[in-house]
Design a protein around this ligand. Structure first.
Ligand code: UT7
Length: 326
């Protein structure tokens, strides 16, 4: 079986910064509460003329530049997003057109915050199977328009952004070593955008009841996230025959600094080995891991040969983990 490796990364976050102080002017909250309970100081939000495909395209172009790959060489584009431009066409098709990747198949993948690692597992499998050579995977989200800016339990958490990576086959040891995916639909109501789909089509009533916004059971989600993310990292490490003390970097989904600390603790990793940027971006869902990865690659924290574990958790519920030798 062929192995795959990440040959380039890129990310993009919208320019507009929304600080905790800005949000404290909109709902009954404070910078102090948000920072201590979530770790977020500020987040980026899209402007009126920006949609998910726009920021996904910018991240994609940066990833292709760093991979030194021409868009026409791409065989497949996967966009992981829970906040697509449309139900259809897919955001991936729009990105494919924007970057001129004429020879690529394209589809969206919806696994909420776990979407980027689901995409990595799928891309890795296509390469292992010998079907494709150049695959672009993107995590991109624009939560701004799906948040109830009167609901302090959700609006303080999320942010907008996009991250991308290019996968290629390799014969070297620097490769995707293992991937692990999981889901439990019994938790489907824990994080949800209730209306607009076939279950509850858009109507004046759904708009009046604010059912086109994210609803979350924070406490339940928190507990399940800590357990599932810890289990997922340990499982993928065991499957990959890597021990926790071999990990150079853990890149966890940036949902809440307290979740991140609990997961690091479960894997017995000091926080110095954990990549954290939730303070600057909030929870960008499927984009959080690829943005953190791209930043750590570009500022050279991640070096050739490093063992990187990545782990995510999100609506569904879904979870995913992977190990890479960089
Ligand atoms: O990415 C997908 C996965 N998502 C997650 O993993 C999110 C997981 N959940 C969380 O991160 C946390 O549960 C939250 C950050 C959402 C909430 O933190 P918490 O420590 O679980 O707070 P809580 O829901 O237990 O609320 C504690 C108190 C409540 O007040 P009372 O009932 O004690 O008077 C809330 O009403 O904090 C209040 N509260 C707030 N106060 C100020 C809730 N949100 C806020 C707020 N500002 N923004």
């Amino acid at each position: 079986m062929r192995k795959s490796t990440i040959v380039g990364t890129g990310s993009y976050a919208p320019e507009k910064v929304l600080t905790n102080e800005d949000i404290a002017k909109m709902v009954d909250t404070s910078d102090e509460w948000i920072q201590t309970r979530t770790g977020v100081k500020e987040r980026r939000v899209i402007s009126k003329d920006e949609a998910t495909s726009d920021i996904a395209t910018k991240a994609a172009i940066r990833a292709l530049e760093s991979a030194r790959i021409n868009p026409s060489e791409l065989n497949l584009i996967i966009v992981a997003t829970a906040t697509p431009d449309f139900f259809f066409p897919s955001t991936a098709c729009i990105v494919q057109h924007n970057i001129g990747a004429k020879n690529a198949a394209a589809f969206d993948l919806e696994a909420a915050c776990s979407g980027f690692l689901y995409s990595l597992a799928i891309g890795n499998s296509f390469i292992s199977a010998g079907l494709y050579n150049n695959i672009l995977i993107i995590g991109a989200e624009t939560f701004y328009n799906f948040l109830d800016w009167e609901d302090r339990t959700t609006c303080v958490l999320f942010g907008d952004g996009a991250g991308a990576a290019v996968l290629r086959p390799t014969t070297a040891e620097n490769c995707v070593i293992g991937t692990y995916l999981g889901a439990d639909g019994s938790g489907k109501d824990n994080i949800k955008l209730p209306a607009g789909g076939s279950r509850l089509p858009a109507s004046q009533e759904t708009v009046n009841q604010k059912l086109h916004y994210v609803k979350m059971r924070g406490k339940e989600t928190f507990k399940i996230a800590v357990r599932a993310m810890g289990d997922a990292v340990l499982t993928v490490l065991e499957q990959s025959k890597i021990s926790p003390d071999e990990i150079d970097w853990l890149i966890p989904h940036q949902a809440n600094i307290r979740i991140i600390r609990a997961v690091a603790n479960r894997v017995s990793l000091p926080m110095e080995k954990v990549i954290v940027n939730i303070d600057r971006y909030g929870n960008t869902s499927a984009a959080s891991i690829p943005i953190a990865l791209d930043e750590a690659v570009r500022d050279e924290r991640i070096k050739e040969g490093d063992i990187i574990a990545m782990v995510a958790f999100g609506a569904g519920m879904t979870w995913a983990a992977s190990v890479i030798r960089w």
